[in-house]
Design a protein around this ligand. Structure first.
Ligand SMILES: [Zn+2]
Length: 131
């Protein structure tokens, strides 16, 4: 039994996992700067060491990265693990929502303050809403 899975949950070989791991665009589903000192990230890890023992495969996680300033991370807090990409997207939005970030009014994607347009639908950022 494989301990490695791609984003669809398909078992893959170690070398294929390593190749995907090198691709940051593949690995990072979301990174949302909620405040200048709090970033919520959701990533694919694709590795679940308990696959031989347990049902499910927690191959995504959402984490809170706390920082003192732009360059200094003070704490990384794992908030949740996810079995599927759909759960990971929804879970990311929920964690960001709970912390009061802005969302796209048109497609509900959490907005990164650095964006000039919504990554999800291309809407102008002035169409954002706050919960
Ligand atoms: Zn949008």
């Amino acid at each position: 039994m494989s301990n490695y899975f791609d984003r669809t949950g398909r078992p893959i070989e170690l070398l294929e996992w390593a190749r995907l791991w090198e691709d940051a665009d593949y690995r990072i589903l979301h990174k949302t700067d909620v405040t200048p000192t709090l970033r919520i990230v959701t990533v694919w890890e694709g590795f679940w060491p308990y696959a031989v023992l347990e049902e499910g495969k927690r191959i995504f996680h959402t984490a809170a990265i706390h920082r003192l300033n732009r360059d200094t991370v003070t704490e990384v807090e794992i908030l949740d693990w996810w079995d599927t990409e759909d759960e990971a997207h929804a879970g990311h939005a929920r964690h960001v929502f709970e912390r009061g970030a802005a969302f796209c009014k048109r497609c509900s994607m959490p907005l990164d303050p650095a964006w000039t347009a919504c990554y999800g639908c291309g809407a102008e950022i002035d169409e954002a809403w706050h919960p």
